[in-house]
Every structure is written in C-alpha cells, then in structure tokens.
Design a protein around this ligand. Structure first.
Ligand SMILES: [Cu+2]
Length: 130
C-alpha cells in the first residue's frame, strides 16, 4: 500500500516536471475537480488551466459554470479573473493572465446547472519571470 502510493507520487512528480501533473483538488460532496496547469514550470503570462469535473462515479459533469479568481500570496494586488469554457463533456479550460512572478492562489467557483455550488482552491507556486 505504502510502496504503491510512493510510486504514484514519484510518477506524479516526474509528470509534473514534464508537462504538469493532474492533481485532484476537490472532493466536496459528490463532485471531484481536478486541475492541470501549463506551462510547467509556470511563468508570468497566459497560463492554461484545464479543469476536469466529475461525479463520484467518474462521470463527467457538463454545463457547469466555472470562474477562476487568482490572487497572489502577498497583499496589495488586484485579483486576476478568468471564465472557463467547456471544451468536451466535463472538461473545462480557462486562461489566467498571471501578471507577476511568485506564488498564486486560485479559487475555482463552480456553479452546476442544478444550482449546486462548489468553491475549490489550489495553488500555482513558483511562477517565474519570463
Ligand atoms: Cu504580486
């Protein structure tokens, strides 16, 4: 069990070095939201955020509205916003214009077609200058 988990983590790390690691970022209620950030490593400029929204059965959840709000870890900066569009069932994509090097905290505001809402947070750390 432990060894299996370790190898998963190792795989995840090596994938992250190549093209970004798909990490699970949410497990609220009966929904799962995973995100993938590119480029990797992240740098200042347009940054693609891929979002995969599924239910506990692994089925894609369509017709959600997802808005991203990104703030830096220090005070005094205006947040950056982006709205995701659904490219394929349950697959959403947005572009965040990261305007400064450093550590960013992103909140995904998810509104489902049936009215349920979900807010999930993830970090984009170590954004480099271009
Ligand atoms: Cu800043």
């Amino acid at each position: 069990m432990f060894a299996r988990r370790s190898s998963l983590v190792a795989l995840c790390v090596s994938l992250a070095l190549l093209q970004g690691c798909r990490r699970q970022t949410a497990a609220a209620g009966d929904l799962r939201l995973e995100h993938v950030v590119s480029p990797q490593p992240p740098r200042v400029g347009p940054t693609s955020i891929g979002l995969l929204l599924r239910d506990t059965a692994g089925q894609p959840v369509s017709n959600a509205r997802i808005k991203l709000e990104a703030n830096m870890s220090h005070a005094g900066m205006a947040p950056v916003f982006a709205t995701a569009t659904e490219a394929a069932p349950g697959n959403y994509a947005a572009t965040l214009e990261l305007s400064m090097a450093g550590d960013w905290i992103v909140v995904a505001h998810v509104s489902l077609a049936d009215g349920r809402k979900l807010d999930q947070q993830f970090e984009i750390n170590g954004v480099a200058t271009q």
